[in-house]
Write a protein that binds this ligand. Structure first.
Ligand SMILES: *[C@@H]1O[C@H](CO)[C@@H](O)[C@H](O)[C@H]1NC(C)=O
Ligand SMILES: *[C@@H]1O[C@H](CO)[C@@H](O)[C@H](O)[C@H]1NC(C)=O
Ligand SMILES: *[C@@H]1O[C@H](CO)[C@@H](O)[C@H](O)[C@H]1NC(C)=O
Ligand SMILES: *[C@@H]1O[C@H](CO)[C@@H](O)[C@H](O)[C@H]1NC(C)=O
Ligand SMILES: *[C@@H]1O[C@H](CO)[C@@H](O)[C@H](O)[C@H]1NC(C)=O
Ligand SMILES: *[C@@H]1O[C@H](CO)[C@@H](O)[C@H](O)[C@H]1NC(C)=O
Ligand SMILES: *[C@@H]1O[C@H](CO)[C@@H](O)[C@H](O)[C@H]1NC(C)=O
Ligand SMILES: *[C@@H]1O[C@H](CO)[C@@H](O)[C@H](O)[C@H]1NC(C)=O
Ligand SMILES: *[C@@H]1O[C@H](CO)[C@@H](O)[C@H](O)[C@H]1NC(C)=O
Length: 495
């Protein structure tokens, strides 16, 4: 902006000019540029044309005639992964100010939140030591674009066959596939580790491990009479007046008279269809009679003194100082008097003594007896948390049993590690690696802010783990002790 001393003085400039005959005359030049929005016309000397007129605009206006509005925009778009917020203006029917993120290489999306990896470059000479011929090929992954803290890395992409796969830094080892037992159903794929990868989604049922409930196959022929299709098979409906059966619920037998509070069932004996009603019941009693029309309350004997009768048994009342016990809930038993020590919790089924962690014993858990967990297992409350290494995992009540897992296939990348056949992938403040090989990187997306010691990983606040030092914190939730204990993951870096 021009300083105010000039702006007021130069509205009309009176100047001295020299004409041909050497007579000095006064020439008046009028500043008549039509400045808008209260702008002032100013004259100033100009090297080429002598003098020029400009508009001196008030704050918030700019342009040759102060015709443009200056709008201060806070570019506050929360660009991620090093993206920068920029502002641009479009003008069609209305003038709009846009805020956009300019993303670094490989990042896309409105907030630069999506990572799209560069294509990997196959190379034969950058793996050192070299990959075993015929068992794997060298691949260079430009990891520096994945996460700032990681460097480019070459690795051997080991091959696999129908019966097994190669693994190891040079693909020098061979592992036979673990068969899936029971075999995968409904087109599920048996992974090299012997687990079924089911087709379809969990919304169609639970996963029993063999994909038997995962089929998206339609029922052919379609289920009739209100039957539903689950895993390619019909699940028939039983109504209070009809019983449906058959592969597509096509058989229907009628209950006459209709079951009032129950469902109709049928069976065939000596060629005759027999029907009966299966009566409804609840915790206070059940319907009875040929058509389930009579409700008979189930009695508790003896009657409940401090409690409610539930399926013929008393369910006793309790409060913060104790609870009623006995068949009729007539005896009050106080809960632990005096605090349980050393992480013990009150309640042993009778509710009056301390339940101690494995390392302590005594009325108040005052006597230390040591952690009974074997093989470097960690004592957490009543349980042993058992360590794992790259070839398998300890389990059992005392971590006394070792089960082997097949090695990870394919190789784990980006500083991840293979432990007990699973890939553990690193994370940083911005995002986390995931995928079978830890090959993908995504930005964290936690809806709530995590309270230390928890950290945001993927979409959840979780207890932290430290792959460099081989441990994970465990969220055991015992007595509100979140992320209370360290649990060591063992692994070896293959040399
Ligand atoms: C300006 O922003 C609009 C809306 O986000 C976008 O479509 C357009 O490409 C941007 N123009 C420039 C030059 O960045
Ligand atoms: C690794 O090898 C498999 C075939 O064994 C191939 O499908 C895959 O694309 C390779 N991965 C890379 C990153 O080259
Ligand atoms: C029994 O029920 C089946 C299925 O509805 C029907 O086909 C059959 O004829 C019935 N048998 C008799 C003896 O009613
Ligand atoms: C059980 O069923 C009976 C009869 O329909 C009803 O009166 C009673 O409230 C039910 N009890 C419960 C706990 O639902
Ligand atoms: C719990 O119940 C017992 C026995 O009825 C009673 O003596 C005690 O005052 C109750 N405690 C509380 C906190 O209500
Ligand atoms: C409950 O107390 C009875 C007698 O006081 C005892 O025999 C029983 O073992 C106790 N139950 C548990 C789970 O400790
Ligand atoms: C327990 O871990 C230590 C190192 O922390 C190791 O030296 C020792 O061999 C391990 N013990 C067992 C039983 O594996
Ligand atoms: C993992 O632990 C088991 C059981 O102690 C042991 O047999 C195996 O050799 C270990 N694996 C490695 C790679 O050290
Ligand atoms: C973050 O999570 C929310 C809620 O689950 C979801 O709607 C949104 O698409 C996610 N954003 C990204 C970038 O994944």
């Amino acid at each position: 902006m021009v300083t105010s001393s000039i702006t007021t003085a130069l509205l009309v400039l009176v100047l001295w000019a020299t004409v041909l005959h050497g007579v000095e005359v006064d020439v008046e030049i009028t500043c008549n540029k039509p400045c808008l929005h209260g702008g002032e016309c100013v004259l100033s000397s100009d090297l080429c044309s002598g003098f020029k007129q400009t508009c001196n605009c008030p704050p918030s206006y700019t342009g040759e005639f102060c015709e443009k509005v200056v709008l201060r925009v806070n570019c506050d778009k929360a660009c991620q992964n090093g993206g920068h917020c920029v502002v641009n203006v479009t003008e069609d029917t209305c003038t709009t100010v846009h805020k956009n993120c300019v993303c670094p290489q490989n990042y896309h999306g409105d907030l630069c939140q999506t990572f799209v990896p560069s294509t990997t470059v196959a190379s034969t000479d950058s793996c050192d030591p070299t990959c075993t011929a015929g068992q794997g090929e060298c691949v260079v992954l430009r990891n520096s674009q994945l996460a700032p803290h990681l460097k480019d890395r070459a690795y051997c992409n080991c091959s696999k066959s129908a019966t097994g796969y190669y693994y190891g830094k040079q693909c020098q080892h061979y592992q036979q596939n673990v068969p899936c037992d029971p075999p995968c159903k409904n087109g599920g794929e048996c992974t090299v580790a012997g687990r079924c990868n089911c087709r379809g989604t969990t919304s169609s049922g639970y996963d029993p491990g063999d994909c038997s409930m995962f089929s998206t196959d339609p029922c052919n022929p379609a289920c009739e009479n209100g039957g539903s299709c689950l895993g390619g098979a019909c699940k028939c409906k039983s109504a209070n007046d009809w019983h449906y059966s058959g592969s597509h619920c096509e058989k229907a037998v009628q209950c006459t008279p209709t079951c009032v509070n129950g469902v109709c069932y049928s069976y065939t004996s000596y060629g005759y269809n027999h029907t009966y009603c299966s009566c409804d019941s609840n915790s206070t009693g059940s319907y009875e009679g040929p058509t389930c029309d009579t409700f008979t309350a189930t009695q508790c004997t003896p009657a409940c003194v401090h409690g409610v009768c539930n399926y013929g048994r008393c369910s006793c009342d309790s409060n913060s100082t104790g609870r009623y016990e006995g068949p009729a809930c007539d005896t009050f038993k106080a809960i632990c008097v005096g605090d349980c020590l050393n992480g013990g919790v009150c309640g042993d089924g009778n509710g009056s003594t301390c339940l101690c962690s494995q390392e302590y014993t005594g009325t108040y858990c005052e006597t230390y007896i040591g952690c009974p967990c074997q093989n470097n297992g960690t004592c957490i409350g009543q349980y042993c948390f058992c360590p794992m290494n790259s070839t398998g995992q300890f389990y059992g009540q005392l971590c006394d049993i070792f089960i082997s897992s097949p090695p990870c296939y394919p190789s784990v990348l980006n500083g991840g590690l293979c432990s007990a056949g699973r890939a553990f992938c690193p994370y940083d403040d911005i995002g986390y690696f995931h995928g079978d090989q830890c090959e993908e990187y995504s930005v964290h997306n936690c809806s709530s802010s995590c309270v230390e010691p928890e950290v945001c990983v993927a979409d959840q606040c979780r207890c932290p783990y430290n792959l460099a030092q081989g441990y994970a914190y465990i969220d055991f939730g015992l007595g509100g002790n979140k992320c209370g204990s360290k649990y060591y993951i063992w692994y070896e870096i293959e040399t």
